[in-house]
Design a binder for this molecule. Sequence first.
Ligand SMILES: [Zn+2]
Length: 75
Amino acid sequence: MKRFYDYVCENGHKTEKFVVYEATNLKCECGALANRTLSAPAFKLEGWSGSFPTAHAKFGKSHTDKLKSEQKLNS
Ligand SMILES: [Zn+2]
């Protein structure tokens, strides 16, 4: 299975490549060996913390609205 991985070479060049999981390193454009970085989980966390407040706010609002309408029905 292929997916995008970030690689950083010995000279600090960052490259994103669409490769198989087994490809833990590759040759950078500068000729040096580039190793896969563990930036994927960090990226996931960013996406999560970025979308969470919105999703949470939406949930809180719809939940409150639901409660309100339910209270109306009961009164
Ligand atoms: Zn390089």
